[in-house]
Write a protein that binds this ligand. Structure first.
Ligand code: HEC
Length: 124
């Protein structure tokens, strides 16, 4: 009977590892910031078109979390109502799809941003 424990133990480990891999922690510095730098900062830094119109300066974590002159664009843990995610997914009015007037982000980049928000939008 004892031998029966082994395969189920191995199976549990495999399931655990898979779950752990799916939950890879996204890093603001290593994963999120480079995406924003490449696709957003052209307009969302001090003096840029997006920053001047909306007040959103994404050149720093603090600026991103501060949001626009109307408020937050990132709500920790909430990808559905975070404006940043809504706009890159094209869920809002087409006139404010982001990046503004450009091709949308590749899906895998959007997924990184979503996971980061889901995991609490940490400054990590
Ligand atoms: C080519 C310039 C440009 C780029 C690139 C750009 N934006 Fe914008 N963004 C704008 C402008 C202009 C506005 C103001 C839109 C308005 O109010 O009509 C804006 C507004 C916003 C807003 C606030 C919308 C609101 O009024 O609630 C968010 C959030 C935003 N951008 C996110 C992003 C993100 C995320 C990226 C990168 C994926 C990005 N933007 C890239 C120009 C840009």
């Amino acid at each position: 009977m004892k031998i029966g424990i082994l395969p189920s133990g191995v199976f549990c480990c495999a399931v655990f590892l898979l779950a752990a891999c799916g939950q890879k922690e996204i890093s603001y510095k290593a994963d999120v910031q480079p995406i924003l730098a490449q696709y957003c900062n052209e307009c969302h830094v001090a003096g840029g078109e997006g920053q001047q119109k909306s007040g959103l300066d994404m050149s720093s974590y603090e600026g991103l979390m501060k949001g626009t002159k109307f408020g937050a664009v990132v709500k920790r843990g909430d990808t559905l109502t975070s404006a940043m995610i809504m706009l890159v997914e094209g869920r809002a009015d087409p006139s404010i799809k982001m990046p503004h007037g450009k091709a949308p982000l590749p899906k895998e980049k959007i997924d990184v941003l979503k996971k980061w928000v889901e995991q609490g939008a940490k400054n990590n």
